[in-house]
Design a protein around this ligand. Structure first.
Ligand code: MTE
Length: 332
């Protein structure tokens, strides 16, 4: 690790050389695994311990969260984690513009306090839930998920949150509720993209009830051990790791329980390109490009190989059963 001292003799480490608390925890866990003799499988997945260490940079900007380790099977990817810098400067958040660098630049003026989420529709306990109460509703866990964007790139991010199912159970949907609709913030005053007609605002996403209740579906409040940066969907967002990234709505303001399938923002904009399910699937091409491979952000060198995209983004063992018997080409 390169350490520099300034003219007053203070020692500084470049932020890219500092390993975050969660990285230490991950490595500590790995060491524990090795000690217990079951590390063989885990080790095969890590590029190397050194590469893991180099994959982290210290966030250090937002309020720290204290997640426990995840209890959900399949929720920890063994791949090298994307750097904090890449994960927070290469974003899709069209409310702030369509360039990857727009959200980091323009999202900082979005007010996020106070914040609340309206729960409505076919549910026994509708109402406005304050962020503080949502944060306390269940134990926060760290989960290292792959996220694969429909555009053909992917990242590996340590999210912090809890299964959305915790909230759903608390508000008690009615038996007639078959889907969950997620509505995200749309404020033309603070979000320049909302003043354009690039999408029909607000950004809306939807899941089938079993998908929303699946333990991997995460209500995320943080990443890299800290509160979410605004460009990544502060103060709370969805992360659905087996679906293309756009299903993971950012800066949620409403969760609505419905009987009919929600009309999502991308579905309305281009129904032939973005189906309701949008499960990551290398065998079902986007009408304008293949979905068979992906580029991992951070592996951009001249000789970087593309990775093969995995069915359900590699989460088939956990989620495949929900789609048994469905024609995934038809229900794309
Ligand atoms: N949520 C809102 N409100 N607006 C958006 O434009 N973009 C989606 C999704 N959630 C988007 C959104 C897309 S296309 C992707 S790939 C992911 O956010 C990107 O999340 P990230 O920037 O944290 O990687």
């Amino acid at each position: 690790m390169l350490i520099k001292s300034d003219s007053q003799g203070f020692i500084h480490a470049a932020s890219s050389e500092i390993t975050s608390l969660s990285a230490y925890q991950s490595r500590r866990d790995l060491i524990r695994l090795m000690a217990s003799g079951v590390a063989g499988v885990a080790m095969a997945g890590w590029a190397s311990r050194e590469a893991l260490a180099q994959g982290w940079v210290s966030p250090g900007q937002n309020a720290p969260l204290k997640p426990s380790k995840t209890s959900v099977p399949g929720a920890v990817s063994m791949e090298k984690v994307t750097t904090y810098k890449d994960a927070t400067t290469y974003n899709n958040f069209y409310e702030f513009g369509t360039d990857k660098s727009d959200p980091a630049q323009h999202a900082q003026s979005m007010p996020i306090s106070p914040w609340s989420v309206e729960i409505e529709g076919l549910v026994k306990k509708p109402g406005r839930y304050a962020l503080e109460d949502l944060l306390k509703l269940s134990a926060q866990e760290e989960r290292i998920y792959r996220l694969r964007c429909v555009e053909g790139w992917s990242m590996v991010i340590p999210w912090v949150g809890y299964s959305l199912s915790e909230l759903i159970r608390k508000v008690e949907p009615l038996g007639s509720a078959k889907y969950v609709e997620f509505v995200t913030m749309a404020d033309p005053k603070t979000m320049p993209g909302v003043r354009s007609n690039v999408l029909d605002w607000p950004y809306v996403e939807g899941l089938r009830m079993d998908e929303a209740l699946h333990p991997l579906t995460l209500l995320a409040f943080g990443m890299y051990g800290e509160a979410l940066p605004k460009q990544n969907g502060a103060p709370l967002r969805l992360v659905v790791p087996w679906k293309y990234g756009f299903k993971s709505g950012k800066s949620l303001v409403k969760i609505r329980f419905t009987e009919s399938q929600p009309k999502t923002a991308w579905g309305r904009a281009a129904p032939s390109e973005y189906g309701f399910y949008s499960n990551v699937n290398p065998l079902v091409d986007h009408p304008r490009w293949s979905q068979a491979t992906e580029r991992r952000i951070g592996e951009d060198g001249l000789f970087a190989r593309k990775r093969k995209t995995l069915l359900f983004n590699g989460y088939e063992a956990q989620v495949g059963q929900m789609y048994a018997g469905m024609d995934l080409k038809k229900f794309f």
